[in-house]
Design a protein around this ligand. Sequence first.
Ligand code: GDP
Ligand code: MG
Length: 457
Amino acid sequence: MGLFDIFRRHKKKEESQTQSESMASVATSVTESLTMANSPSNSATLSTSEAASITQSMSQSATVSESLSVAATESPTESTSQTESVSQSLASASVAESISVSEQFSASVSTLPSESVSESVASTVTSESLASPAPSTAGEEEAADQTEKKYDRGLEKSRTGFGARLNRFLANFRHVDEDFFDDLEDMLIESDVGYDMAMKLSDSLREEVKLENAKSKQDVSNVIIEKMVEIYEEAGKGENPDLQMAAEGPTVIMFVGVNGAGKTTTIGKMAALFKKQGKKVLLAAADTFRAGATEQLDVWAKRDGVDIVTGPENGDPAAVVFDAVKKAKEEDYDILFVDTAGRLQNKVNLMNELAKMKRILTREIPDAPHEVLLVLDATTGQNALNQAKLFKQSTDVTGIVLTKLDGTARGGIVLAIRNELHLPVKYVGLGEKVDDLQKFDASDFVYGLFKGLVDVD
Ligand code: GDP
Ligand code: MG
């Protein structure tokens, strides 16, 4: 899916949401006016301005009834009858519009079946049938909206940061020349999209006819972002953002990464996610090296209501892994998450230790570990990228969890990861809370990052 398709899809969705919201608010004001006019004490003392505002909301109600009948033709049958009844009642209400003289107004309102109008307006508009046309998938849609909002909020800093840099860059824009490309490369590198990505982008923009034809700053901005997403999507061909699950028996997922990256927190969040899906989850506290690490995971286990295997502090982490994988197999766990140390006496020790754990897992379950997820802290920018290269060399990393995106303006790192590491980002951390871990969705991500910077018709 191209950039503009992504934006059009999101824009359409947002528009339909605001439309139903504004329908609801107009209808509410009609309801309020009718209730007010209908109460005997009010109708006697109705001032001209009040009557005028009622008349105004009545005339708006005609538009509402039009939109509602449009909605009715698009909606499935259940909501249609309800919607029709509203549009009928509103149509009858709009008869009052013609009698706009204020003295006559209160009299005419009292002849309307105003109570039934206000009731039916209130009941239909507050019901969810308007907002979500397909009731069967209402839950899924709500979840998708939630995800989108999380991305939106989590990427706010990155978006603002990138937007500001892009605007600064465009402020100097006169025409496309060598200076333009130099400034563009600087801007991109500052945005943490990575050196490779910056060069690739600027090279391909040199040959881009659309850029030559760009008349306004908005055109230039559109072409740059469009190209960036194109390269990003191209680099991601064949990448699978889903977790690899065992065909049968327990799925084993190992978490690696430097101290403080967010391994333990991510396991806590992910365990909650799988538990909610009805899976039997086991945790292995194999970071025995760092004081308090086992307790930290134990707190998550209790909070999530899942089981945990621990060992003594400074004990052999491989022994914990061995006990855990045995337990997972014997007691039919669906999924085992293995927490590991981020640092030992030295790098070689750490990598050897991780390799040893992997061997133990494979000995017990031939396909295990099904995933080795490298947890990276997005706030560390290029450092995270260098760590990733190191881990990738010595461990068979299968995917990335990128944490703390909410706390950084360095969301561009996602583009760099794909472009330079060719490892799929599988999950992103968009906050510290248990439900702030989201499955990575490239389209939601791109929209969250560039929203407001791209102009689509
Ligand atoms: P570990 O050493 O790799 O196990 O890292 P921890 O799981 O202990 O996390 C280190 C810190 O990062 C903790 O304070 C977490 O709350 C925080 N953290 C982890 N993920 C996120 C995230 O997605 N967003 C934010 N804001 N903080 C996070
Ligand atoms: Mg930890």
